[in-house]
Design a protein around this ligand. Structure first.
Ligand SMILES: NC(=O)c1ccc[n+]([C@@H]2O[C@H](COP(=O)([O-])OP(=O)(O)OC[C@H]3O[C@@H](n4cnc5c(N)ncnc54)[C@H](OP(=O)(O)O)[C@@H]3O)[C@@H](O)[C@H]2O)c1
Length: 335
């Protein structure tokens, strides 16, 4: 079978190779992968920024959807021809996780081999059923991007009519906008690119702000009559958290998932105290969260936003498309 492998840490170091099809254990299923979607995290893995000690060659990517073609003899809950999606944090089933359940080393692609392959073997405990109304391409966008947006919006704990600020127009930002609108929030989006900001208006954003305009923060504060926004989903993180503190209302909540603007920063603690802000980290979600989100996607007929679809043979181009920025929604690879 064909797989994409990192042979050296860079996008150019991704090659398509032929390896033996995996053999399943008794508690596993074999999945014929139909679609994969790329996350910002996959860029960090491919470039060796996430973990330069990964043993190469290494198969990247965690988010896929596909069809079960074989089941192990102890598998009870899935059957051949089921359409499925593997979860991203296999040990975290529900509730508050332990640190051990969250460990990076046990997640596909981050420690073990990832899923950018024609066939993958997955424990039956680490799967959910694909929502019927979504295509394989759309379903492959759910495990990381959609789920971190789902929990990031949920933990803001807002009411219909409250204001929320979302950054960018990539994978998580488009999902966050769709979920926030389904809850009846007023959505502001701050981004870098007028073309993709215009597109955010087409999926429900109420007002957009370009951060290259020196007045962008004043414009957002003016839109809230000086009060600040009720909740902020900050998928940029790093230094941008200080912008979020400037923009949050007193006692507002900021959920953060991002590492784009740095891993470690001096936080403006004076503003943090003055605003009495709540800063909440979000790490994707559990299997229970995933099922809850899929139910909401189905009930609200939410359509994931896909920027571009590449054939598997053009995997490198798909990574370059994500790396270049300027995309609107998710980048997908089809087998
Ligand atoms: N903790 C978690 O569970 C979790 C899960 C998913 C994602 N994340 C994190 O969330 C972040 C976004 O992920 P993603 O997959 O959505 O990435 P993505 O598709 O590459 O989107 C990033 C978006 O941010 C925009 N952007 C970059 N810098 C900005 C800034 N200073 N202000 C406003 N917008 C800015 C980009 O604009 P351009 O395209 O114009 O450059 C792009 O629209 C990453 O840091 C990722 O690691 C965390």
């Amino acid at each position: 079978m064909k797989v994409a492998q990192i042979t050296e840490f860079s996008i150019d170091g991704i090659t398509i190779n032929e390896i033996e099809k995996p053999k399943i254990k008794d508690n596993q299923v074999l999945i014929r992968v139909k679609s994969a979607s790329l996350n910002y995290l996959d860029l960090l893995v491919v470039k060796g920024i996430f973990n330069d000690q990964l043993r190469l060659p290494h198969i990247p990517v965690t988010d896929v959807s596909g069809i079960i073609t074989e089941v192990g003899k102890d598998v009870k809950h899935f059957k051949i021809d089921d359409h499925v999606i593997p979860t991203f944090i296999p040990l975290w089933k529900k509730g508050i996780p332990t640190l051990q359940q969250l460990s990076w080393e046990l997640r596909p692609s981050l420690g073990p081999q990832g899923f950018l392959a024609e066939y993958i073997a997955v424990d039956e405990t680490d799967l959910v059923l694909k929502p019927e109304k979504l295509s394989f391409a759309e379903a492959s966008t759910l495990p990381i991007a959609a789920l971190s947006a789902w929990n990031g919006i949920k933990f803001l704990n807002l009411f219909a009519g409250n204001t929320v600020l979302i950054y960018g127009s990539g994978g998580v930002a488009t999902f966050a906008t769709l979920f926030a609108k389904a809850n009846g929030y007023k959505v502001y989006v701050a981004g870098k690119n007028d073309t993709t900001l215009e597109k955010m208006l087409t999926i429900g954003a109420d007002q957009v702000f370009n951060i290259s305009n020196t007045n962008w923060k004043k414009d957002i504060l003016d839109a809230t009559q000086g009060k600040g926004v009720d909740g902020i989903y900050d998928s940029i993180g790093g230094e941008n958290l200080n912008n979020s503190l400037d923009l949050i209302a007193v006692r507002g909540k900021i959920t953060t998932v991002g590492l784009i603007n740095g891993f470690s920063i001096p936080l403006n603690t004076g503003t943090f105290l003055l605003k009495q802000a709540h800063l909440i980290g979000v790490e994707c979600g559990s299997e229970e969260d995933m099922k809850e989100m899929i139910q909401a996607i189905t009930i609200n007929a939410i359509q994931p936003v896909i920027s571009a679809v590449f054939p598997f043979s053009e995997t490198k181009r798909a990574f370059e498309h994500l790396d270049n920025g300027g995309h609107f929604g998710k980048v997908v690879i089809e087998f």
